[in-house]
Design a protein. Sequence first.
Length: 404
Amino acid sequence: MNNPTSLQVYIVDDSSVQREHAKRICTEAGLQLAGFAEDGLQALMALKQGEVAPNLLLLDLEMPGLNGLGLLQELIRLDMPLSVIVLSSREGPLLAAIEQLRGSSRVRILASLQKPLSLEKLTLALHEADMHSQPDSPAPELSESELRTLFTDTAVNLRYLPHVALGNGMVQGLLAEPFWHTGPQLIRASNIYPQIPASVSEQLLLDTLIRPALRHIQHLRSRGLKLTLRIPVPQRLLLQRLFPALLLNELHALDLPPTAVSLLVEEETHPLNVPLLMSISQLRLQNCNICIRGSLHGVGWLDQLGLGYAPFNEILLDPLFIQRATAREFTQILLEGLLLITRKLNIHSLAEGISDPLQWQTLLQLGCASGSGPLIGEWLDIEAVPGWIRSNSERLRACSQPAG
């Protein structure tokens, strides 16, 4: 989807006005037109007989005869290699349900968009498809000996992503990411956390992944930059009974308050794991921050918000959630509801992937507290952080102000 000119779009709509409108939007987006169909049956026959060979379908949901849903059902049954964007004036929950019809076929439902179609909606849907199809730094396949070597014989590196307060643009904290360079390959620690072998001790994990980042944040705070460190923690460490005490000892040795650290826990980690819940509760009791990364399709910890308990005080919203909320009214309503709950529970909200001023202002209006992303800043070496803050403070302050 990165190159729109490679997309051959087939527009299926019973309204000639809507077909012409969709054609104009597709032309503005740089898409190539493969043709039109006035109903689902005409489209199905043309596709089956090879009269058209599009790779993107703009599909009206409500048509006489074979409607859009019926055509989708046939395309999925035939396992046609097609990407589909559904268009309808129907309610958001119905459109959101249709997006889940992907199944295991080669039909990719990229989005279900409410009419009228706009250039912004179409562009965002195609961009979101890129975010789905091109995962960042996939987890490498490493043997146990290779993984052990990473932790014992290979120097770990750290890079940091700045987070700002959306209300005033001030830099509040840094998200740390440990990684290794092995030849040309960059291996992210978070990608191999599930693979860490038992032969790598918890003390080695602490020494490799946590202690260097604590020293970095202590150095910055000693220079007057009162920043919070957010760092992903492997479940192995959180399940270690002595981990809370070990971490607190490290903080005390560096003269860091517990509030200077936020431990990032993946949302899929099951909240009813008793040793994990005990460890997290101990850390919260000592005023360490616990942050979960939450997604639109949250399962673990996010479900506990509705049950009235949540042993975390920060939530990191993933970029795809933010992207969808910008493009879809229904998802924006879900995000607004989640942010309302977090505020009432005094849970600090952070949005990832903010890429433009509109997203910043939308999140601010919905009640999101902080954010990061391409608009704010890229990954930095620790030595570059003070200079980056000085160089970007005015720009970030301006971004926090409403346009006009």
